[in-house]
Design a protein around this ligand. Structure first.
Ligand code: C2E
Ligand code: CA
Ligand code: CA
Ligand code: CA
Length: 284
């Protein structure tokens, strides 16, 4: 039995080989990809569930790899976090997205500012330059801090001590919104929310998926209802992600969610896409 087991593991697995080669290729190419200008950003609109108007857009980074084509963030963000590249990469994303938001504002006469959401890795949170970099980037682009929302995953803030929360508090005091991303997946103590400088809960896609049936599972409905009422009682807005159908949008609207994001409205795309969809003009 022992040798059979040994043999099994010695068998060639071409797929595993390919994965290992790919992984190795990415590891060596990643550190210089930023200098080579291989990253780009797609934007996905966030809409108000009440009237369908655009609230803002989330910046989602992609890597145009010379051999492998376009790679999604799940393929390289973990690697960037392990190698520390996430700090300069994250700063580049912020700079690029803030500049884009400013240019949207300049091209459209809007009553309120179009908001821009940018994801923040836990490694960026612990980096001492976060607050100063963010201030400098906003000032250079001429974007008001309250047009920026930084998304931090719930898991990154579970059990976070004050040293981690301090930069977020400073940013929140300046007017930057902090959103708790992937909310509902991290088993965080709901009472703990009061401690966090958070303005927005982004309900994880798994909740949206459970609204696929109409009517949805009554237990799931109760859970979302509970989260929304708790969030609103704490003055937090609720965004839902992964909305793929009108039925999901309708149920989540009835449950009191504020804004939504998903393929039902628009897939992530180049910045021009927001104009093509006339989404920006909707609130004019
Ligand atoms: P996330 O922040 O939860 O972003 C939402 C993900 O859901 C995005 O995947 C988006 O393309 C996808 N999505 C949007 N609408 C729908 C829908 O209707 N259905 C489905 N099935 N999916 C939808 P993406 O772009 O692959 O990004 C994956 C994750 O990578 C993000 O999850 C975020 O955690 C991370 N990420 C993306 N950009 C950055 C970045 O600049 N910095 C950092 N640190 N992380 C990033
Ligand atoms: Ca996000
Ligand atoms: Ca999310
Ligand atoms: Ca996610």
């Amino acid at each position: 039995a022992k040798s059979a087991g040994g043999n099994r593991f010695e068998l060639a697995d071409p797929e595993a080989d390919a994965r290992a080669i790919t992984r190795h290729g990415l590891t060596t190419a990643l550190p210089t990809a930023l200098d080579r200008g291989e990253f780009f950003i797609e934007y996905q609109p966030l809409v108000h569930l009440g009237d369908g108007t655009v609230h803002g857009a989330e910046a989602l980074v992609r890597w145009l790899h010379p051999q492998h084509g376009v790679l999604g963030p799940d393929r390289f963000i973990p690697l960037a976090e392990r190698t520390g590249l996430i700090v300069p990469l994250g700063r580049w994303v912020l700079e690029e997205a803030v500049r884009q938001a400013r240019s949207w504002q300049e091209r459209h006469d809007r009553s309120g500012p179009l908001r821009i959401n940018v994801n923040l890795s836990p490694c960026q949170l612990t980096h001492p330059g976060l607050v100063a970099d963010t201030v400098a980037i906003l000032e250079q682009a001429g974007l008001e801090p309250d047009a920026l929302c930084l998304e931090v995953t719930e898991s990154a803030l579970i059990g976070a001590d004050d040293s981690l929360l301090k930069p977020l508090r400073r940013l929140a005091e300046m007017g930057v919104d902090i959103a708790l991303d992937d909310f509902g997946t991290g088993y965080s103590n709901l009472a703990n929310l009061r401690r966090l400088p958070v303005r927005v809960l982004k309900l994880d896609r798994s909740f949206t998926q459970s609204m696929q049936q109409y009517p949805a599972d009554p237990v799931d409905l109760k859970i979302v209802e509970g989260i929304v009422s708790l969030a609103h009682s704490l003055d937090l807005a609720v965004t839902v992600e992964g909305v793929e159908t009108g039925a999901q949008a309708e149920q989540l609207r009835i449950l009191g969610c504020d804004t939504a994001q998903g393929w039902y409205y628009a897939r992530p795309g180049p910045p021009e896409r927001l104009h093509e969809l006339s989404l920006l003009d909707a609130t004019g």
